[in-house]
Design a protein around this ligand. Sequence first.
Ligand SMILES: [Zn+2]
Ligand SMILES: [Zn+2]
Length: 80
Amino acid sequence: MLVSDTFMRFHGCDCLGHVENYASWPWTDAELVIATCMRWCPYCGQGFASAGKLREHLRGQRYKQRNLYVKIEAQGRCGV
Ligand SMILES: [Zn+2]
Ligand SMILES: [Zn+2]
């Protein structure tokens, strides 16, 4: 059974280099890299004060069920 790749994704950030990533953001069974510039959940569009808060959100039960795992990304530069 194919789980919809047609679901809408929200943009986690506005960087030129990142925005195109969100179009192919994995829906299940993936290791997510949350860039330090991300403030919005790609799944529900909820906004957060920091990338750290967003990571906490993505570690929640709701996403764990889908086998999504949040990878820690070293402090780093953003796209541009
Ligand atoms: Zn970005
Ligand atoms: Zn969410």
